[in-house]
Design a protein around this ligand. Structure first.
Ligand code: ADP
Length: 449
């Protein structure tokens, strides 16, 4: 008969590899990671790599005041209090030990603590270079393999084996396109989010049709990354999901000129404002999705603080310039009088510090000094805040909130930590924290048997 593994981990991103490494560190043998792509890493490989943690050392050195309680409060507020408080507590109290664990494995975290984009506080740590996701993955992967963890690439999990009221393994399509059953004492689902699965996300938000791209699959060529497989498999055996409609959209990939600090205005295809530009991204993306044609212009002028990508955006034509409001209107293809009215009215609001139309409160300038800069913005589906419901031990729960025997989940596939929206810098650390918790919990259970 075929070999029985102790633990099968589905997915080789941050969550899956953390679990593999943590479980193997306890001495647990026969751990198998399966990955449907020909390479490891999933969405994590594309991550910038900011990792939030309240750390008493580096933050203190920079004079930054912080506490787990403050972080917790910000997570709940950002999540519109839809979060599971027990999971939030688990995240904030395990982040620093997990960060130290990663440092100990050789991740060269830099001394400087910073505020991640939309992170709301200076508590992000990073290993420096641009695409740090890959660095974490390589380190965890090497460590796990050194400890004997096995890995199968090009192997797709299709179904959970659920017999006698408990999970007993999985059914896969192997690299030769053959179906195989692999038995295991425990299964961890770490398959990532579902932002790349158009029909699935439209089930929860009709507006997220094929015109919206996924950041998990930026070129649209991917190995159907972020496809929601793990959620679908677990739902089939009765798992519960939460906050599935909370799909975060971000504008990072488009023509964004500034950092929403108050210098830009956002206009629709007729040249009118439609939102408070300084509102949280969640509200801006919501207003964007509600535009009938989803055309959003970002307009600013010579005085504004441009973000670093501007040169490249001008070269590639994502951003253009205009010498006057009239030329701007012509280049945007909007009515000159409408645009002039919009900008005059906005400048009046900026001067009085009060926006009578959309309630903007942060103004850093008027839009008046040529050249004017403008570009079309695009929002991409970035992160599934919702997913499988888990408890603080990373056990997957059924409709009655009872753990499904032998089934665990960690990472973007889970819901409940972030609620309606998440702080920048919180996603990777959640993968590391709950992946590690899952690995340790499973090992504890199995080593006891
Ligand atoms: P997280 O950040 O939560 O760890 P990632 O997106 O980084 O999630 O990683 C998830 C990984 O799981 C990806 O590499 C993806 O290809 C893999 N995966 C998704 N569905 C399956 C499946 N059905 N079988 C095997 N691997 C899968």
């Amino acid at each position: 008969s075929e070999k029985e593994y102790s633990l099968i981990i589905i997915g080789s991103g941050a969550a899956g590899l953390s679990a593999a490494a943590a479980a193997a560190e306890t001495g647990l043998k026969d751990i198998l990671v399966i990955e449907k792509a020909p390479f490891i890493g999933g969405h994590t490989a594309l991550s910038g790599g900011s990792v939030n943690a309240v750390d008493p050392e580096m933050q203190l050195r920079q004079g930054i005041k912080d506490s787990p309680e403050l972080w917790e409060q910000q997570i709940l507020e950002t999540g519109a209090y839809r979060n599971d408080p027990a999971l939030v507590r688990t995240l904030v109290s395990n982040a620093y030990p997990t960060f130290q664990w990663l440092s100990g494995l050789g991740i060269p975290f830099q001394e400087e603590v910073f505020e991640a984009w939309s992170g709301k506080h200076k508590r992000a740590h990073s290993a420096g270079s641009k695409r740090n996701g890959m660095l974490y993955l390589r380190t965890l992967n090497r460590h796990a393999r050194d400890l004997g963890v096995q890995m199968l690439l090009n192997t797709k999990a299709e179904r959970l084996i659920f017999e006698d009221g408990r999970v007993q393994g999985i059914s896969v399509i192997d690299k030769n396109k053959r179906q195989r059953l692999i038995r295991a004492k425990a299964v961890l689902i770490a398959t990532g989010g579902f932002t790349g699965n158009i029909s699935m996300r439209m089930r929860y938000d009709q507006r997220l049709d094929g015109n919206i791209r996924s950041t998990a699959d930026p070129n649209g060529t991917g190995y159907d990354s972020a496809s929601g497989d793990g959620i679908l498999m677990a739902e089939t055996i009765g798992a519960k999901t939460v906050d599935m409609d909370a799909i975060q959209l971000i504008p990072l990939q488009g023509g964004r000129l500034l950092d929403y600090v108050g210098g830009d205005i956002f206009l629709d295809s007729s040249g009118k404002r439609f939102v408070d530009e300084s509102a949280e991204v969640r509200f801006v993306s919501e207003a964007f999705l509600n535009l009938p044609d989803r055309v959003m212009w970002v307009v600013t002028d010579a005085q504004s603080t441009k973000n670093s990508g501007l040169e490249a955006k001008l070269l590639t034509g994502v951003v253009d310039t205009a010498g006057s409001i009239q030329e701007l209107a012509d280049k945007m293809g909007v009515d000159r009088a409408v645009l002039k009215y919009t900008i005059d009215r906005y400048n009046k609001f900026a001067e009085q510090g009060r926006d009578e139309d959309f309630g903007k409160t942060t103004f850093t300038q008027k839009i008046e000094k040529p050249p004017f800069y403008f570009g079309k913005e695009r929002f991409d589906a970035h992160f599934s805040c919702g997913g499988l419901k888990i408890n603080p031990s990373a056990q997957v729960l059924d409709q009655a909130d009872r753990p499904i025997k032998n089934l665990y989940a960690a990472g973007e596939v889970t819901g409940g930590i972030h609620g309606a929206d998440r702080l920048g810098g919180d996603s990777l650390i959640s993968c590391f924290v709950f992946g590690r918790i899952a690995g340790l919990k499973i090992a504890e259970e199995l080593n006891r048997r």
